[in-house]
Design a protein around this ligand. Sequence first.
Ligand code: HAM
Length: 444
Amino acid sequence: MSNLSTQSYKGTRDYYPEDKRLQNYIFKVWREAAEGFGYEEYGAPLIEPLEIYTAKSGQELAGEQTYAFQDRGERMVAIRPEMTPSVSRMVAARRQEMPMPSRLYSIANFMRYERPQRGREREFWQLNADLFGVEGAMADAEIIELSYACVMGFGATEDMFKIRVNNRQLINQLMSEFLGLDFIGATMMTKLLDKKDKLPVEEFKRQAISIFGADAEKGLPKLADLISISTLEALPPGLANLPSVVEMRQVMQSLKKKGINNVVFDVTLMRGLDYYTGTVFEFFDTSPENNRALFGGGRYDGLVGLFGVEPVATVGVGLGATTMQQFLEVHKLLPRFASHTDVYVAVVDESVVDGADALARKLRSEGVRVELDITGRKLDKQIKTALKKQIPFVAFVGEDELSSGVYTVRNLVDSSEEKMDAVRMVTVVRDRRYDGDDDAVFEV
Ligand code: HAM
């Protein structure tokens, strides 16, 4: 038999400690942002009945990208491709008891059968933050503000990304009244516009002509007019006072008041999922090296009601960790991380390993994270291991150290050395953490 492959399943990643450190950093910033707005964490199962996705998530996600299979009890189930139907189900199940409004967040992994490419994996992680029970522009603006905090929390600046907003009702009106499309034509045009940035211009045009059919001659110039609209004021006369436009103006004004200045109206922003009913938005990277959507969300007032309870007005966002990591890399916003272990206790001579163990225990009882080398290897090997693991301090323990209680401690980040007792070691570690250096750069 040939050897088993060490490769992870196509489109998935292994997370070694250094990868997990980076991912945990992203999650930490997101968690702080979500909790800062009063969102509370929840969890949901990895598997759901397939039908909760086929109901409203759209053919692409539910039909083509979902890992669906029959379980041993002959139920059709799916590995979750997104969180929105699960959290809607959870809210519906406690419709009466849940305090409203409910602000909920989760950080979880999902699977979609997609072609792996830059920014797209088959297993990926998202922060989901959803606000249940509030209608209107203030709620929409809050979700966008929270999303903004999730990016700014890494030290980003507004020029690094743009927030594009649109409104599903306005899209529907533009499709039917302005472009003159029937329901099927409107649905197809919405999907086509959703893919616009990914298609060559000629292919986009070809598909648009086929959607317009006999009306293509009249339709195409109108579509070109539509695409060229870049502000709410430039919308065709008669549309400016539509409730959807008024609401969008309120969302944009509210964001302005919050000090968010990189928001633009984008008439071509569709968002692929079927359940959106109002405001939709997407964050876009402005770097030429990564000119792409980072993540998005929107209002979906109809999902909770699908579970047989009184509907709940809802708005939310799903932030992907894959695209966020690329954004942080492109804009050089990622620190290099040291290990979370503070001290590596290196044992100079095997005969003192019990004493070294006692020191490790003492330090741990004070909250210091300690790895003890119990291999009996040469000292230089022990130091190399600590370096490889990016542990910031090595404490050397030999007979003299044990009898005096004073240890040589090497700081592997700046290569300095200091003699100190256990109490001082605790202080040094705490100071480093207090300086916010816990996630800090580890230059070797
Ligand atoms: P979505 O646009 O399908 O929306 O996904 C949101 C984000 O998740 C994407 O913009 C991207 O950052 C990340 N993402 C999606 N698919 C992949 C993939 N294959 N690989 C890597 N990252 C991916 C939703 O999922 C909605 N449920 C969001 C939502 C929550 N709307 C309201 N509440």
